[in-house]
Design a protein around this ligand. Structure first.
Ligand SMILES: [Zn+2]
Length: 221
């Protein structure tokens, strides 16, 4: 894959930034695509742009504001609270989001002569999002290939690993400090370690603490 080109679906968060570093190691040429769907925090777009600039990655921002029109939700509307009731999908779920993002990323990838698409979706901490499942990604991969008669390969380097292992992967890619300090995961729009209180920060911190514990334990063997 070293001689090929890849497009990374990129939000500027921990997971997709780790994927970006993974892609830079795997492919000769890497570009990133970020979707503007009137995120609660415009900062997300700035963070994504800054990271790409720093890493010298061509960055495309595509307007997907129709998603907000179709599915108003806690990620796009500040008047909707972020909640997660037991047995229900969290209020941050947007119907069809990954389907649309990956489809538009594929159209862009083909235009750019790239057949590899990388996404940070993950089935391990997937909170029940149906379009983060491996079976969905594999199914869409077939559909995209048929729809455009093009040999896309969707890569999901985080699919089977948990948040602690995602930190480990970033570390193995020599990107631990970069990911920790420059990415935005927090629902309250605070970069790096975030507000520490929202569900996204809690998940990120729990994974980080577990990883640092694992690392500490192995260093003292
Ligand atoms: Zn937070």
């Amino acid at each position: 894959m070293k001689n090929e080109k890849a497009i990374v679906v990129f939000s500027g968060g921990q997971d997709s930034t780790t994927c970006l570093f993974w892609a830079m190691q795997q492919f000769k040429e890497v570009e990133a695509v970020t979707f503007n769907y009137n995120q609660r925090h415009k900062l997300e777009l700035d963070v994504a742009a800054d990271i790409c600039k720093e890493l010298n990655i061509p960055h495309h921002i595509l307007d997907m504001s129709l998603l907000n029109q179709l599915a108003p939700n806690a990620l796009t509307r500040s008047d909707i609270d972020i909640t997660h009731e037991e047995g229900e999908l969290p209020s941050t779920f947007v119907d069809g989001r990954n389907l649309l993002f990956l489809s538009f990323a594929a159209v862009l990838a083909k235009q750019k002569g790239a057949r590899h698409i990388i996404t940070g979706v993950c089935e391990t901490d997937f909170s029940g999002y149906p379009d983060c499942r491996d079976i969905f990604v594999k199914s869409l991969n077939v559909t995209l290939n048929l729809s455009m008669d093009y040999p896309f390969v969707i890569h999901t380097p985080l699919m089977w690993i948990d948040k602690a292992e995602t930190w480990k992967l970033a570390d193995e890619l020599n990107a631990f400090e970069f990911v920790r300090n420059k990415t935005l995961t927090c629902y309250n729009g605070i970069i790096s370690d975030g507000c520490g209180e929202c569900p996204a920060c809690e998940l990120r911190k729990a994974g980080l603490d577990r990883y640092l514990e694992m690392k500490g334990a192995s260093e003292h063997v």
